[in-house]
Write a protein that binds this ligand. Structure first.
Ligand SMILES: *[C@@H]1O[C@H](CO)[C@@H](O)[C@H](O)[C@H]1NC(C)=O
Ligand SMILES: *[C@@H]1O[C@H](CO)[C@@H](O)[C@H](O)[C@H]1NC(C)=O
Length: 206
């Protein structure tokens, strides 16, 4: 009887553990990737893209998912000494979780792996007119880089032929961190409860 209870207990424990870290690698539920994110690890096969002033040394603030499955991504980047917000509104391609984004040339962005409430690994193929660069990005719900997260990231880098020494921890490198949110701590997550007003702003610039 004791043994049976022990087994039952272990089964429940294991099931619970699995549920908590559900790793998704295809058929992404895009609604679940919406919300606030931080850029914590970057890797590339050409370091110039992700070093201090590189085009991909930029820091995600949030992702908003529209009903039509287009995304709104807000990034922050220091440009000419000023923290500058960058907005992207990519449409989904035929393949689920794949997006084209014009930035420093053209990019194909693909979600490689996700644990919706914990992290998101993006695989970016950048074509500027001279060359093609593979870039892997780890976005996380908070700034901690746990060993498990790092391991998941390294595994993905390996898959795309990027060596471990090309991984940079940028969790403390965002020069615009204080510009995040809607000024004031109480409203830091207003971005993700309703459609960000900034979109209307952005669209009216066109
Ligand atoms: C990045 O740009 C800033 C200002 O434009 C400059 O002061 C700094 O030296 C640059 N860093 C690198 C690594 O090029
Ligand atoms: C989806 O909706 C957003 C916001 O209205 C718009 O900017 C975007 O172009 C739309 N995408 C498609 C594929 O219609």
């Amino acid at each position: 009887m004791k043994l049976l209870l022990l087994c039952l207990g272990l089964t429940l424990l294991c099931a619970h553990g699995q549920e908590k870290h559900d790793v998704v690698t295809s058929n992404f539920d895009m609604a679940k990737i919406s919300g606030e994110w931080y850029t914590v690890l970057l890797a590339a096969d050409s370091m110039e893209k992700i070093e201090e002033n590189g085009s991909f040394r930029s820091f995600i603030e949030y992702i908003w998912v529209f009903d039509n499955s287009s995304l709104l991504l807000k990034y922050n980047k220091k440009i000419n000494g000023e923290c500058t917000a960058l907005f992207f509104v990519p449409d989904e391609k035929e393949e689920k979780g794949v997006y084209d984004v014009p930035y420093d040339g053209q990019n194909s962005i693909q979600i490689a792996e996700a644990v919706y409430d914990e992290y998101l690994i993006l695989y970016v193929l950048n074509f500027d007119h001279e060359k093609t660069t593979n870039i892997i990005v780890l976005n996380a719900r908070n700034l901690d880089v746990t060993p498990r997260l790092r391991k998941a990231f390294e595994k993905n880098c390996e898959k795309y032929g990027i060596p471990t020494e090309n991984i940079v921890d940028v969790s403390n490198a965002d020069p615009c961190i204080q510009t995040r949110g809607n000024h004031g701590s109480q409203s830091s997550s207003t971005c993700c409860k309703k459609e960000p007003g900034v979109l209307k702003l952005r669209l009216s610039w066109h």
